[in-house]
Ligand binder design. Structure first.
Ligand code: SF4
Length: 377
């Protein structure tokens, strides 16, 4: 008997075989179906072991995410479907469409302003991920309550009149048509997000920067419309870009509380899966973690199969100040986060998760680890 994966749904005798389903068939039984293009022999799929991936995913869904075995087997099958789509996507490299290249050409012809790429001075925060940043806007409709960029723009430099005015997105004139190659990755953006307002200019700048040979880390609370539009035109740059999507919790109400204008958790998960299926490199930032250590573990297992790189965890700065908010839900959530961020809780999280292959700790958690190890000596 040989093992096969169904690459599309089909009928086999009296039952429907679903796309992604694993089958054991004799070579003679498989031959006819194989010829009709419905089967992939697992040894030729180019993935380490799709059957094992199915079984592992189904087990994790039951053990870590409390799925029933029926739910787990359906979800694991969908996951195998995603692996197959990714496998097919990676066979080819699509060049940018001529319509998009013309859009970039026209954009560059009329662009004015300065080079938006600048050096990151710190080796924490964005500096842990990249050596340069790039931003093309002031303001962000996501309106995250913990937003450092709005704090700088509104409170420190008074470039923006108020936190309400920060929600209005203003594209900044910038030129990247003659972008040079930088020695280390560029994080784009760092002080706004890739929202529908910024998307047309974002794609043109991204093209210019990647076309100059740079590596770009795309950090976003992703909108479906934006990620689809980027994935559609940039597959020839897949090796030079990483999508790093921000998901601090799987709980939508909590996201809504802290990030009121940002996409829902299901939209962000959709974007992660889509980028993965389209063959891109993917990563997650759970900074800030908007959950306790149990929620962080669930988050890891929910996103992990679709992540090719790292899953980052970090704390929110100054969360304690929100405990006195007039919004009682926010005050309660802040109180819970303060408790979850206690050193003992963070160390329990670290000890529980540090052996997991895709976990990375941001500077706020590394500090706790250092402090705890120091106090044990
Ligand atoms: S998405 Fe980023 S830039 Fe936009 S409000 Fe939230 S933290 Fe600020």
């Amino acid at each position: 008997m040989l093992e096969y994966i169904a690459r599309a749904s089909f009928r086999l005798k009296d039952r429907i075989i679903n796309k992604g389903e694993a089958l054991r068939l004799s070579a003679s039984n498989a031959a006819q179906i194989f010829e009709r293009g419905y089967l992939l022999e697992k040894s030729i799929i180019g993935l380490a072991d799709v059957i094992a991936a199915y079984e592992t995913r189904a087990r994790v869904l039951v053990e870590k995410l409390q799925s029933t075995s029926d739910q787990a087997s359906k979800k694991a099958m969908h996951y195998v479907g995603s692996l197959l789509i990714r496998y097919e996507s990676m066979k080819g490299i699509g060049q940018p469409s001529s319509a998009f290249l013309q859009e970039v050409q026209e954009f560059n012809r009329t662009a004015s302003g300065k080079n938006p790429v600048s050096k990151i001075i710190s080796d924490t925060g964005a500096g842990e991920w990249a050596g340069y940043n790039c931003n093309i806007g002031e303001g962000c409709s996501h309106g995250c309550l913990y937003c450092y960029a709005s704090e700088i723009a509104v409170t420190r430099f008074k470039r923006v009149a108020s936190k309400e005015a920060w929600l209005d997105e203003m594209l900044i004139d910038a030129k990247t048509g003659k972008c040079k190659k930088y020695p280390v990755p560029i994080m784009f953006p760092t002080t706004h997000d890739i929202t529908p307002v910024y998307l047309p200019a974002y794609r043109c700048h991204l093209f210019n920067i990647l076309n100059a040979g740079n590596t770009v880390i795309i950090v976003s609370k992703p909108h479906r419309e934006c990620i689809e539009a980027i994935c559609a035109e940039f597959s020839s740059f897949r090796d030079s870009m990483i999508f790093r999507f921000s998901i601090g919790s799987l709980d939508n109400e909590t996201l809504n509380l802290w990030e009121p204008g940002a996409p829902s958790v299901s939209e962000r998960m959709w974007c992660l899966k889509h980028a993965f299926e389209q063959g891109y490199r993917t990563s997650i930032s759970a900074e800030p973690m908007l959950t306790d250590r149990n929620g962080a573990e669930r988050l890891y297992y929910a996103v992990e199969p679709f992540v090719t790189e790292d899953i980052w965890f970090g704390k929110m700065n100054n969360v304690g100040g929100f405990r006195k908010s007039e919004n009682t839900d926010l005050a309660r959530s802040a109180t819970e986060l303060v408790a979850a961020y206690q050193d003992a809780e963070i160390m329990a999280l670290v000890e529980h998760m540090e052996a997991l292959p895709k976990v990375s700790w941001k500077d706020s958690i590394k500090e706790v680890i250092k402090r705890s190890k120091g106090s044990q000596q």
